[in-house]
Design a protein around this ligand. Structure first.
Ligand code: PMP
Length: 382
């Protein structure tokens, strides 16, 4: 099992002299620490918060999440269709154990979310890559895969502000993906930690609103704090029950304390809307600064995806820059990013890089791009 390139890189980027555009970390200054402290005090006033809780999650939180998911998907969703997990990453891992026998086919988007690749590789799934374009996963390509006789058990998709590619699945493709899942009986794992982080236009309705063959994952990590380790899955009851059984063996249950904190904050919708609006404003501003700086520094030699939400910008160099060779020079100059090849399902993306704009202020982002430009100039001496 290979180690995650990003997790390894994070060890280097913890050095204070390095500006990191590498890790996909939300800005901790934007986490609502005071509000969390209040909610923690309320939770700790009762003994339930320090006890083991139910395996599928603390009832109060599941109720709040069922309401949220009902509103998102436009139909009533019961608490029995919700399992709270230790971040949505654990939902991926539990689902892989529940749904996938060794050799089962899993379709992923290429470039892929590394955490999903790790999970699917760990259960010996056969991973099939489908390319993406400006409208997200190429559904024609998925249809060709199926037409060639490949029968996926799972199709994994990050529909909003993809990690790493920053793209979103168009409405038309969401409908087509749902139809294909219904027709061929595969599960779509709709992995959506970024849907709330839109900048100008709300994210489209989830794929789960079009089909029962969808298991939707979401998370409090990007809107509250990753440290709560509160993610959730919403799917059919029998899937939730199977996930619950595997979760019993994995960790008995999640943390009642952090689930109660998350429940209080997620239930306070007026406050939450205002809080998420602050995150959107901050990230929108930073994305704009980063993209403008990238365009100034590399506009003639690269293209980048449009950033309309989420945490990342994806840059493709057209001048042959191998970003794996650029990285050590960039680290010397004091800036880190993730080379595109880290996200490749098999190979490719040698000339690409992922830049995360969430954890630095505008001026620091500009400084980071200046440093990148110096590294790039050293790689291509005149
Ligand atoms: N899915 C995607 C696409 C992600 O980018 C991440 C976080 N990097 C996760 C799942 C996991 O997030 P968490 O476990 O914090 O909810």
């Amino acid at each position: 099992m290979p180690s995650s390139a990003i997790r390894d890189l994070l060890k280097i980027t913890a050095r204070p002299e390095i500006i990191s555009l590498a890790g996909g970390l939300p800005d901790p200054e934007l986490a609502p620490r005071e509000r969390m402290a209040q909610a923690a005090a309320t939770a700790l006033a009762g003994v339930e918060s320090v006890q083991y809780t139910e395996t599928p999650g603390w009832g109060g939180l599941r109720t709040v999440l069922a309401e949220r998911e009902s509103a998102k998907c436009g139909r009533p969703i019961s608490v029995d269709e919700i399992v709270v997990t230790h971040g949505s990453q654990q939902a991926l891992s539990l689902l892989a154990q529940v749904l996938l026998d060794p050799g089962a086919v899993v379709v992923v988007e290429d470039p892929a979310y590394i955490g999903a690749l790790q999970v699917f590789r760990a259960v010996d799934a056969k991973i099939v890559a489908v390319p993406m374009d400006g409208d997200g996963m190429d559904i024609d390509a998925l249809e060709s895969v199926i037409a060639s006789g490949t029968r996926p058990t799972v199709v994994h998709s990050v529909p909003n502000f993809h990690n790493p590619g920053s793209r979103s699945l168009s409405v038309e493709r969401r409908v087509r993906l749902a139809e294909l899942a219904d027709r061929h009986g595969f599960w779509v794992i709709e992995d959506d930690p970024y849907g709330e982080i839109w900048f100008d236009e709300p994210s489209a309705a989830p794929v789960a609103s079009y089909s029962d063959h969808v298991i939707r994952l979401s998370s409090a990590s990007k809107i509250l704090a990753p440290a709560l380790r509160t993610g959730w899955l919403h799917g059919p009851q029998h899937v939730c029950r199977a996930v619950e059984l595997v979760k019993q063996g994995a960790d008995l249950c999640g943390s009642a304390l952090t689930q109660q904190i998350a429940a209080e904050l997620l239930a306070d919708t007026n406050w939450l809307d205002g809080h998420i609006a602050i995150i959107r404003d901050a990230y929108r501003g930073r994305a704009k600064v980063l993209c403008a700086a990238v365009d100034r520094a590399f506009g003639e030699v690269s293209t980048r995806t449009e950033v309309s939400g989420g945490m990342f910008s994806w840059v493709d160099f057209r001048d042959g820059t191998d970003t794996r060779a650029l990285l050590p020079l960039a680290l010397e100059e004091g800036v880190a990013f993730v080379p595109g090849s880290a996200f490749a399902v098999t190979d490719g993306y040698e000339n690409s890089m992922r830049l995360c704009f969430t954890s630095s202020s505008g001026p620091v982002l500009e400084q980071a791009v200046d440093r990148l430009a110096r590294a790039h100039a050293r790689l291509h001496p005149q």
